[in-house]
Design a protein around this ligand. Structure first.
Ligand code: HEM
Length: 233
């Protein structure tokens, strides 16, 4: 089944030419590209993105979240938000390095799931930690820098999520939409600061260091690409 490209993001449309190309020689890459363009690929990714949530809900219902289930829930939702963000950032470099243009089809869904997990992480904190007392939440955000960082990252994700729909893309125009969505790199830095700050209290920087190194590679790749295109001009 061919994907509907009339409702594609600017990047998703780049996957289109490969559809009209004759099959030719079947390389491993063309087979992967074909699988990525299959009608079942997006529903499968949708299910995969729901699995961590399903696992967490099951863990909570079965009492398998340890001695402090509220803390475990908040933290694990935070972990999945961070993973989702990093995965979303990896799509474009992976697409360009492998030549698998069809990967672009999955970025919007990954980005929206990341935002969904960020909302659940915020909701779990607001509800389980703060008893939905908005005054307390506001005071906590102002008092604890790591909470402020998390809240800032979430607030910055809002306009990106709100403009991830076709009508918003048409209204903004592809150029402005792409400029706005480049903010995702700044958001990743703020989210990483949130994580580092949170772990600083426990002097446990192993995981933030891994995420930091990955982000440095992703940002380095982006900067190198920009520099190369400037030098070519
Ligand atoms: C893009 C947005 C966000 C990301 C990527 C993110 C990510 C994370 C991560 C990775 C952790 C640590 C999990 C661990 O230790 O394994 C965490 C913990 C936490 N985050 Fe966030 N977060 C975000 C937004 C927020 C927001 C909006 C709030 C609340 C206003 C918040 C409050 C917390 C709290 C309370 C913890 C747990 C602290 C503890 O248990 O000591 N986060 N977050």
């Amino acid at each position: 089944m061919r994907p509907d490209l009339t409702t594609a993001l600017p990047d998703e449309r780049r996957a289109a030419p490969s559809l009209s190309r004759p099959p030719g020689k079947r390389t491993a890459r063309s087979l992967i590209q074909q699988a990525l363009l299959h009608g079942a690929a997006k529903p499968l990714l949708f299910i995969a993105c729901l699995l961590p949530l399903a696992w967490l809900v099951y863990g909570a219902a079965a009492g398998q979240l340890g001695a402090n289930p509220a803390e475990a829930l908040i933290r694990r939702l935070g972990d999945w938000t961070l993973r989702g963000l990093w995965l979303t950032l990896t799509v474009t470099p992976l697409r360009e390095l492998t030549g698998l243009a069809a990967l672009a089809r999955f970025r919007r869904m990954l980005g929206l799931f990341t935002f969904g997990y960020a909302c659940l992480h915020l909701l779990a904190y607001g509800w389980l930690d703060m008893g939905l007392d908005f005054g307390d939440i506001a005071r906590d955000i102002a008092k604890r820098p790591f909470i402020l960082m998390g809240f800032t990252a979430w607030a910055l994700l809002l306009p990106l999520a709100a403009t991830s729909f076709n009508q918003a893309i048409r209204r903004l125009g592809a150029r402005r939409w792409q400029l706005l969505h480049r903010a995702v790199y700044a958001i990743a830095i703020v989210a990483l600061l949130h994580f580092i700050w949170m772990r600083a209290g426990k002097h446990n920087f192993a995981e933030p260091a891994v995420y930091g190194a990955l982000l440095a590679v992703l940002l380095g790749w982006r900067l190198a690409k920009r520099l190369a295109s400037r030098l070519r001009r």
